[in-house]
Design a protein around this ligand. Structure first.
Ligand SMILES: Nc1ncnc2c1ncn2[C@@H]1O[C@H](COP(=O)(O)OP(=O)(O)OP(=O)(O)O)[C@@H](O)[C@H]1O
Ligand SMILES: [Mg+2]
Length: 347
């Protein structure tokens, strides 16, 4: 479970992981958990695809066929309407497996038959889920139980996920399992050396050098955040004089305006547009308190209201993935440098 703020490279990493898995002979699939879609809705089409992939090699084996039957009964039980038509399996649902209506056991049943199908095919399945923080707590817990079953039965199925830091708290009641079953590597800004080489190396391949001071400035301005490095790199490249073969501090300064206004219009803006006026007030209060995490009490004081009255606003901002709680009672933005953006646009 890759955990990190917005724009640090989680999706890039998941896609790379999927590639590595496929190169290693896995049947891999990457899905994104959008807000407001249930886990079964998300999984059914993707598991169906996996079963068909397991199926294409030769004739259907018993294990793969069983996987399809159980997927069908699972889809019926959760009443997902991709059901009959889209599942398109010319097969009867298997009664009594994956259809109890209890997601914990049903999903575990389903993963088990799919793991068994993969095993029968001498392959492994990788289910890769992005934006996992948007999954409901009960569903996340069912996912953990299902992975637990797979590990007990030693079947070749793996779940890899990524999401914002709130993901870790979701493990909730299935916590003791979750800690054993998953690693939570943190994906963060790059250190100075890596950030510098992310800018330098691609330019070098094109015969262009970054002047050391220019490189230093770009790394400083982006604070090593991958998404920002990409923007500053792009605009610095464009600002550099054709044919000079060099990117200078002047180019980086010229690039800064373009990079910032581009970020303001896209990266920051799309996030800002998704929240209500009350939520905006809350975020402006956070920004007014300066960078970093802030105590709920301080934010309420800044707003001039009692802390309990804004607790629901905070929760809903966490659900929307705008803020998270780095420590109990603390709140910080999930988007790097969002405080500076808010101050720039003003209320
Ligand atoms: N290894 C990399 N090499 C080059 N660019 C990268 C790399 N990792 C990240 N980036 C740049 O950072 C951008 C953001 O990466 P990515 O979309 O993977 O972030 P994320 O963590 O998934 O963010 P979000 O939480 O907003 O989905 C990429 O579009 C790319 O420009
Ligand atoms: Mg992403």
């Amino acid at each position: 479970m890759l955990v990190g703020l917005r724009g640090v490279g989680k999706t890039v990493l998941l896609n790379r992981i999927a590639q590595i898995a496929e190169d290693d002979g896995y049947t891999a699939t990457v899905i994104e958990a959008p807000e407001g879609k249930s886990l079964p809705e998300l999984l059914i089409p993707c598991l169906r695809k996996i079963l068909f992939q397991l199926d294409t090699k030769e004739k259907v084996t018993v294990a793969v066929k069983r996987g399809m039957m159980v997927l069908k009964s699972f889809a019926k039980a959760v009443k997902v309407t991709v059901g009959e038509v889209e599942i398109g399996l010319d097969i009867d649902a298997e009664k009594g497996t994956g259809d109890s209506g209890d997601l914990d056991t049903d999903l575990a049943d389903l993963f088990e038959v799919i793991g068994a199908a993969a095993k029968a095919r001498n392959t492994a399945v990788a289910i890769i889920i992005d934006e996992l923080q948007y999954i409901k707590e009960t569903e996340f817990s069912a996912l953990i139980m299902a992975v637990h079953r797979i590990s007990q039965k030693q079947l070749p199925l793996i779940v890899i996920g990524a999401g914002l830091p709130q993901l870790v708290g979701l493990a909730g009641k299935a916590k003791s399992y979750a800690e054993r079953l998953f690693d939570y590597p943190e994906v963060d800004a790059l250190n100075e050396k890596d950030a510098a080489s992310a800018l330098k190396e691609p330019a070098k391949r094109e015969g262009v050098d970054w002047q050391p001071q220019a490189l230093k400035l770009a790394v400083q301005l982006t604070r090593g955040y991958p998404y920002f490095l990409q923007e500053w790199g792009y605009h610095s490249w464009n600002a550099a004089k054709d044919g000079s073969g060099k990117i200078t501090t002047r180019d980086v300064r010229a690039a800064s305006d373009a990079a910032r206004s581009n970020l303001d219009d896209s990266f920051f803006r799309v996030r800002f547009d998704r929240v209500s006026p009350r939520e905006k007030d809350y975020m402006f209060a956070m920004a007014a308190l300066g960078p970093g995490a802030h105590r709920s009490g301080d934010i309420a004081t800044e707003l001039g209201v009692p802390v309990e009255s804004v607790a629901p606003v905070r929760s809903s901002l966490i659900k929307k993935g705008m803020v998270y709680s780095p420590a109990h009672g603390d709140t910080a933005f999930t988007v790097p440098m969002f405080n500076e953006y808010l101050i720039r646009i003003g209320r």
